[in-house]
Design a protein around this ligand. Sequence first.
Ligand code: FES
Length: 114
Amino acid sequence: MSKVRLAVRGDDREFTLAVGETILEAAMAQGLPLDHACGGVCACSTCHVKIKQGAAAFSEASEDELDQLDEARDVGLDSRLGCQAKLLRAPEGGVVEIAVPTWNVNAVREGAGH
Ligand code: FES
């Protein structure tokens, strides 16, 4: 399976993303904190990420995903649900870059303390 580099803004670690994998799957496998309250079935918006680079290489957002994103905070044109955005092919330049919205990171940090 071909893998591409997954860069995460504000995180210096090296992550990878495989073709056929969702961002949430890659995050969970590599210890990248990304919330997923519904377990990855497109029923919340806690896995919200922004794809800053390589977005065209991902599966298209479904109606359900867009509905969930409507409920999310800090949504932009580059917003996706991490559990739904699946990499279909190697992106141009071979790198995917994402940003995890700050409020989401804070929620994860608070949760980790308990
Ligand atoms: S984990 Fe709930 S929508 Fe992605």
